[in-house]
Design a protein around this ligand. Structure first.
Ligand code: NCD
Length: 339
């Protein structure tokens, strides 16, 4: 099923970010560069650009979330958009309204973008097909979580420079992970070598068709890796028992300092959060010198600012310098003519 595009909607000229499966290297780099230039906004005393003044962003979150929802909300506010949050319990979906009807009603209030998280794969695509505003997928079931992968890739690029040729190992519950899928697509497009590791029940051999290497032994997977990305066991997305017990899972797949010693000496450790200490990652590793998890969270705001900017601003090929509270470095944000 083709569910990913970040360019054109079927109902209008609006652009969407539904997944990374079909996003080109050029567009990925554009988003990474835009995010990098927006990072310094969060370092300022007054953390705000007027770029999206008068625009409205609705965060429609039908699943629990701490980082992603707050990150999108902060990103919209730092660009001066009005942002509104709706959760499953506070929406009329709790009264039996369908997602499509909820979305049509929201769209009738003329938002510029709807950021949607939903337990069903394809939910973001559905909205993109029926409403006339930009849709950003903030995680749809097992399918994709493009902004998480973009912020992960941004974090890797910051620490390692070019992505090409890097060995990136993703470990854990690959089967149920939208984070893994989006990362596989984005990392492969940018030339990284992707390894996957986890128990066979959570890492079916079919994943090899995506052009990745599969390792059922964690130490072998981690050996000589430049980047190790740990994933949570997605118990809420599992309908059956995929391993005998969490203790047993941890015995084979918990990233400890001992296993990490097999990686490259300058390895970095990522985790999208929320993490379960002692299950997929030891506290020593989570809090240790190789962990870049808090960089991921900070980068998430800049990346979501970049995505909102690129989707909502028509053309997105420049913002007048006079609109800026303070000058910023990226050509997109310089005065007309300079960039
Ligand atoms: C991830 C998600 O929701 O898919 N978390 C996140 O967005 N930060 C991963 C997870 O829930 O384990």
């Amino acid at each position: 099923m083709m569910v990913c595009s970040w360019r054109k909607s079927r109902v209008s000229e609006r652009r969407h970010l539904l997944g990374l499966a079909h996003v080109s290297a050029e567009d990925l780099v554009l988003l990474l560069d835009t995010a990098e230039s927006l990072m310094e906004v969060s370092e300022r005393d007054v953390k705000k650009l007027p770029t999206l003044r008068g625009k409205t962003v609705i965060n429609l979150f039908m699943e629990n979330s701490t980082r992603t929802r707050i990150s999108f909300e902060i990103a919209a506010k730092r660009l001066s958009a009005d942002s509104i949050n709706i959760s499953a319990s506070s929406s009329s979906m709790s009264k039996g309204e369908t997602l499509a009807d909820t979305a049509r009603n929201l769209a009738a209030m003329s938002p510029d973008a709807i950021v949607v998280r939903h337990p069903a794969a394809g939910a973001a695509r559905l909205l993109a097909d029926i409403v006339d505003c930009s849709i950003v997928n903030a995680g749809d079931g097992w399918h994709e979580h493009p902004t998480q992968a973009l912020l992960d890739i941004l974090t890797i690029r910051q620490h390692k420079g070019a992505l090409s040729g890097l060995v990136v190992t993703i470990v854990g519950d690959i089967l149920h992970s939208r984070v893994a899928r989006s990362n596989i697509y984005g990392l492969k497009t940018l030339g990284a070598r992707v390894r996957l590791s986890g128990p066979p029940t959570l890492l079916p051999p079919e994943f090899a068709e995506l052009g990745v290497e599969i390792f059922y032994d964690l130490a072998e997977a981690v050996a000589e890796s430049d980047v190790v990305m740990m994933l949570r066991i997605q118990r809420e997305r599992q309908g059956q028992n995929y391993f005998p017990s969490l203790d047993e899972y941890a015995h084979y797949y918990c990233l400890t300092e001992e296993i990490l010693a097999e990686a490259k000496p300058d390895v970095i450790i990522l985790h999208p959060g929320p993490m379960n200490r002692g299950i997929e990652i030891s506290s020593g590793v989570a809090d240790g010198p190789y962990s870049v998890m808090m960089n991921q969270v900070s980068n998430g705001v800049a990346m979501r600012m970049a995505v909102l900017y690129q989707l909502i601003v028509p053309g997105a090929d420049g913002i007048r310098g006079s609109e800026l509270a303070q000058p910023v470095s990226h050509p997109l944000l310089r005065a007309g003519g300079e960039g």
